[in-house]
Design a protein. Structure first.
Length: 62
């Protein structure tokens, strides 16, 4: 194996490692966004009006 081919191989490993790290970061960000979305949905559900009057008031306010 020549020095050049060895360097090319090492470079490809390094690029693969960087790509894997980026994928892992994106997966964490996606999971966090999903959790925040679920929390927001739950919060909206908890604030849901319990009566027709409350629903109309909420809709009018939006």
């Amino acid at each position: 194996m020549s020095l050049v081919s060895a360097l090319v191989e090492v470079r490809s490993w390094s690029e693969a490692e960087r790509a894997a790290e980026q994928v892992a970061k994106l997966e964490v960000a996606s999971a966090r966004a999903s959790m925040l979305s679920d929390a927001a949905t739950t919060a909206r559900g908890l604030r849901a009006p319990q009566s027709l009057q409350g629903m109309l008031t909420t809709l009018a306010a939006r």
